[in-house]
Design a protein around this ligand. Structure first.
Ligand code: GTP
Ligand code: SPV
Ligand code: MN
Length: 593
């Protein structure tokens, strides 16, 4: 039976779109097709539908206007990297860090799961634009989904509706994103990318990065593949502007692995002891960077909202996010209190004695189990944030003065260091390692190499990706300086030594001063480290010993680190650039082994 088209008046005139929607509908067999245009009435209607089917729960509308709670399936709470595939014709093109399936096999396998999986459901057609309108770098996508939660999230996370249709016109140049929940069974869950066909097929999950296909799938895996071909970079980076008390603004792009502090840094509130500093948020997760005519690297944020980690967010750690979450927010997997408001671990508010946990079960504050899932999330529009930068709309993006890599390391990596030059900076990015977090399935805390925080997101061979980085540096006349940070060093009792959050501005200030050649540094085997006196420590509640300890470099630990880097580099075989082996050798020599 042909599906009923609910709203013919919203059907796009683009024939390529209609043809593809019909083909996908013939496979998935939804009862209905609904074309979306992101209007406000439509959002109300979708929320009603989500409440009806149980995808959303209404929160206290007086205290939290426009806020809703979603509870995911219990087996569907994080990205599933093992079930994520890059499906290129040649296996070699996916490289050793991606799972690979031949395109024909992947289409066949997933088609069997999609077949009839939307019976009794509506297929929503979501047109979306990634990147500012009119930018040479924006990309149009269409997501077909049987999840009203996904449709509502896409409305916050992307520029959705007419804006995308206008950008596309009659062209067939759009990413074909098909998303189906099917039965949410992990045995039948696959997230497949076909970069050669500009197509993404995701089935069996309703979770963030697996299901909001504009985000990690399009804006990182597909876009990085294109960027390599076309000479630009798609990176897992926040973009922020730092305005000094004098009024000059420098933009920084920073790549940290999932749940390692991008959103928090992008929305930082300066400490009281640094009056006059202001932060402007351009993006919190993804940067598309290109070389501009002036020889500088410019970045745009392809997204329009934040899908951020909830636990640990409090008025103390991140008042901007707390403010952003006051209204029009979708919460996923947090605790609901009896008065219809929300709670989570690390909120800075006493736990409710009795409430409903993320699973929808009765939960008490003395329970052993956490009330909110460690990877519980909030979805808000970027415009909700008090630090919103109007440069977000700039089609050309913002000029990047510094690139910062980072991770979560209890030991080894110091608070901050600067690389010697672009090639060494690429090496620093390529050797970044971090403790795993709850943002992906896997063992939390285990250290893994996560080059440029792109391990799960580079859509092609990582050896080629490193080469691309080296080439981009050569082509950029005024390339940004490259740094590495670590907010997560711990003492012998496992406590973080560095206070982090707002205080991270001290490190960013040093970075900007280094860019301007205004701050002193000590040359060490791994790079330039701040002189204690060149780091702004006024008003910082930390002993000199503690500051010394977060800046210190333990040669023995670094020698161990270098051995592990070698093992990691060996994975990439012939495709690994010689320049990075040279950097490896030079580091070994500087360390004295
Ligand atoms: P994704 O959305 O998964 O990409 O994560 P993210 O990189 O944006 O991380 P986010 O800013 O959401 O932070 C993740 C967790 O780290 C939260 O629990 C934060 O409270 C915590 N965190 C962020 N910045 C700091 C910091 O400077 N110090 C400490 N100790 N914790 C931090
Ligand atoms: C991440 O895991 O890096 C996220 C969340 O930002 S997700 O959208 O699931 O990828
Ligand atoms: Mn984030």
């Amino acid at each position: 039976m042909e599906p009923e088209i609910i709203n013919k008046e919203k059907m796009p005139s683009n024939e390529h779109v209609i043809k593809w929607v019909n083909e996908m509908a013939a496979m998935c067999k939804p009862d209905k097709i609904q074309y979306l245009d992101a209007s406000e009435e439509e959002e109300k209607e979708l929320i009603e539908e989500a409440l009806r089917v149980g995808d959303l729960i209404k929160l206290n509308q007086e205290k939290m206007p426009g806020c809703y709670l979603h509870r995911s399936a219990q087996n569907d709470v994080a990205r599933t990297e093992k079930l994520t595939f890059v499906c290129t014709q040649k296996e070699e093109d996916a490289g050793p860090t991606n799972n690979w399936m031949a395109p024909a096999d992947a289409y066949k396998k997933l088609a069997e799961i999609y077949d009839g999986s939307m019976k009794g459901r509506t297929m929503y057609v979501v047109p979306f634009l990634m990147g500012p309108k009119g930018s040479m770098f924006c990309k149009v996508g269409f997501e077909l989904t049987d999840s009203v939660y996904v449709a509502l999230n896409m409305r916050k996370m992307t520029r959705m509706g007419k804006i995308a249709l206008e950008e596309l016109g009659d062209s067939d140049d759009f990413t074909k994103c098909l998303h189906g929940k099917a039965d949410l069974n992990m045995e039948r869950r696959f997230i497949c990318h076909f970069p050669e066909d500009n197509t993404i097929w995701s089935v069996g999950s309703g979770y963030g990065g697996n299901a909001l296909l504009g985000k990690k799938c399009l804006a990182l895996r597909m876009a990085s593949f294109l960027g390599k071909k076309e000479g630009w970079l798609a990176e897992h980076m926040l973009i922020m502007g730092l305005e000094s008390p004098k009024g000059d603004i420098h933009y920084v792009a920073a790549a940290f692995p999932s749940a390692c502090g991008k959103t928090n840094l992008a929305m930082l509130i300066p400490p009281e002891s640094m009056p006059g500093w202001k932060i402007w948020t351009v993006g919190d997760d993804i940067a598309w960077m290109h070389i501009n005519e002036d020889g500088k690297l410019y970045a745009v944020n392809p997204e329009a909202g934040f899908f951020g980690v909830v636990p640990g967010t409090s008025m103390k750690t991140n008042p901007s996010v707390m403010k952003a979450m006051e209204k029009n927010t979708i919460f996923t997997n947090v605790v609901m209190k009896d008065d219809g408001t929300v709670w989570w671990e690390g909120m800075g508010e006493e736990a409710p004695k009795k409430a409903t946990n993320w699973k929808g079960e009765l939960w008490t504050s003395d329970s052993e189990e956490k009330g909110a899932h460690p990877n519980s999330r909030f979805t808000v529009s970027i415009k909700n944030t008090p630090t919103y930068s109007k440069e977000w709309e700039n089609p050309n993006g913002v000029p990047i003065s510094a690139i910062v890599f980072g991770g979560r390391r209890a030991k080894v990596a110091p608070l901050v260091y600067q690389s010697f030059d672009w090639q060494h900076g690429t090496f620093v990015g390529a050797t970044a390692a971090s403790e795993q977090t709850a943002a992906a399935e896997g063992q939390v805390g285990a250290i893994r190499h996560d080059p440029m925080a792109m391990l799960p997101f580079a859509g092609y061979h990582m050896g080629d990706y490193f080469k691309h980085w080296l080439e981009m540096g050569k082509k950029t006349k005024h390339a940004p300086k490259i740094f590495h940070v670590n907010w997560f060093r711990t003492d012998d009792d496992g406590n973080f030594i560095w206070p982090g959050f707002g205080e991270n501005l001290r490190v960013l200030k040093w970075i900007i001063e280094r860019v301007k050649d205004e701050a002193e540094a000590v040359k060490t085997p791994i790079g330039y480290v701040p002189h204690q006196k060149s780091l702004h420590t006024e008003g910082l509640n930390m002993s000199e010993d503690d500051i010394e300890s977060v800046l210190s470099i333990d040669k023995e630990a670094w020698n161990e680190e270098v051995k592990k880097q070698e093992e990691f580099f060996n994975k990439f075989g012939d495709k690994f650039p010689q320049e990075l082996w040279d950097e490896h050798k030079k580091l070994k020599e500087r360390l004295g082994k």
